[in-house]
Design a protein around this ligand. Structure first.
Ligand SMILES: [Zn+2]
Length: 452
């Protein structure tokens, strides 16, 4: 689900101050697409597809289309409200002097700046998470109402609480380091903090599948429950020329919480792995699972996790340099009104969050355009790598996107502006159309990643 993906990113943003640091939003993890499945969808057969090549490659039956359009409208509203509320809540924090009061409160308890941070940062994170709780509730309500989620409210609240605890730990660490550096070097803190952020990002991406993800979901080696599938997947891996040890393939028990289908690549170095949700296995034919896996293998082989990290590093450098200038300007211009005396005062942490939030909104279309490009490349790779293993890669691809899109209530013709701004995958209809039409094995064609 596109919207909930955004919510996750946003919650990471709140917890970490930056949109891109650790969040994976620039591709430290990449997914096949997330979908939900209230009921199995009748898929068009290969014959039907061949007999009607000019029709749309992806469509919804009328009743489902109506529901999908209603969901899309609700999601767009929630996205717009969330974006505006993110800005307004931070502005309120400054304008109503909550940031200044928190800073003074911490200063009354201790003179040591770093201990002040240990008091102020957790309180700030809790306050902001609570201010955003209504939006998170609305997002989960939508998931339940449209049958995309089956997670009951108590379990959902427990996940929310665990997310908060992770935020508290990570944000307090990152915020403390940031302010130690700001106080150490008033003119070059943006550069020093960027340098420090590089190993932090690497550590974050490395640790996510090992420490963070298991907090929220159960994982097990894919070979434990699906040894026959692992054998088939190994055939695809062999064609790719890559070696992925079977113990780097995991099954996630997504069906405990959601009806969504998904698969993704995550981690870095020895923690790098392919994860397939059990929901995807239940709702797809063996050929479709291989097709989904081929897309994931594309991310793995083409080094998308590393590329994502490099892009995140570049984006973070630009954001920090801009934030340095904008934050100093804001303190000069509004410091008195907001009672934020200097960038090195703890109250300025909210001001920095505001600046990073604006950057993250403004850079969203750029990062999404890059991610859409990366996702399309993985689609090309996925279709090529299963050639010769799956009987009809074109028809398999179309069926796969039809099932995924129909079950996640993806509308066939999303608003181009929303695609430009918020989509981190090409629209399902475009992906299905490409899968149907892409056949580089006809005479004169050349596969992009394989000799044949
Ligand atoms: Zn992907």
């Amino acid at each position: 689900m596109r919207f909930r993906t955004l919510l996750v990113y946003r919650s990471f943003f709140w917890s970490l101050f930056f949109g891109c640091l650790f969040s994976g939003c620039l591709g430290s993890s990449a997914c096949f697409g997330q979908a939900a499945a209230p009921a199995p969808a009748p898929a068009a057969s290969a014959q039907q597809l061949q007999s009607a090549p000019k029709g749309p490659a992806y469509s919804l039956p009328p009743a489902k289309l109506k529901r999908a359009e209603a969901l899309n409208r609700d999601e767009n509203w929630l996205w717009a409200i969330g974006t505006v509320w993110g800005l307004v809540s931070l502005l309120l924090f400054l304008r109503l002097h909550w940031a200044a009061r928190l800073s003074r409160f911490a200063a009354r308890i201790t003179q040591r700046a770093w201990v002040q941070g240990l008091i102020l940062l957790p309180l700030l994170i809790i306050a902001i998470r609570l201010l955003n709780l209504p939006l998170s509730l609305a997002g989960h309500h939508l998931g339940l109402a449209y049958g995309l989620s089956i997670e009951r409210w108590p379990a959902w609240f427990w996940d929310w609480t665990k997310g908060l605890l992770v935020s508290l730990a990570v944000s307090t660490l990152v915020g403390s380091l940031l302010f130690a550096i700001v106080r150490h070097s008033r003119r070059r803190w943006w550069l020093w903090f960027w340098l420090l952020s590089l190993p932090l990002m690497l550590a974050g991406v490395y640790a996510q599948p090992l420490i963070i993800d298991p907090l929220f979901n159960h994982f097990e080696p894919l070979s434990r429950s699906h040894p026959e599938l692992v054998a088939q997947l190994e055939r695809v891996v062999e064609r790719s020329g890559e070696t992925i040890p079977p113990d780097h393939m995991f099954l996630m028990k997504a069906s405990e919480k959601t009806t969504e289908m998904n698969a993704y690549v995550t981690g870095f170095g020895s923690s790098k792995r392919v994860v397939v949700w059990d929901t995807s296995l239940k709702k797809s034919s063996p050929d479709e699972v291989l097709f989904i896996f081929g897309h994931e293998l594309g991310h793995y082989v083409l080094g998308d996790v590393v590329h994502g990290l490099m892009m995140a590093a570049a984006g973070t450098l630009l954001a920090l340099w801009l934030a340095f200038h904008v934050a100093h300007w804001l303190v000069r211009r509004y410091g008195e009104r907001w009672q934020v005396p200097a960038v090195e005062d703890w109250s300025a942490i909210v001001l920095l969050m505001l600046v990073f939030h604006v950057f993250s909104i403004a850079s969203e279309p750029i990062s999404n355009a890059i991610i859409r490009h990366v996702e399309h490349r993985a689609d090309v790779y996925g279709q090529e790598v299963v050639h010769g293993i799956v009987a009809d890669p074109q028809a398999t691809g179309v069926r796969s996107f039809q099932t995924m899109g129909e079950e996640s209530l993806d509308i066939p013709d999303p608003n181009p502006w929303m695609v430009f701004w918020t989509y981190d995958h090409p629209p399902t209809a475009k992906r299905a159309e490409f899968a149907r039409d892409y056949d580089p094995w006809t005479p004169g064609g050349h596969p992009r990643f394989f000799a044949k």
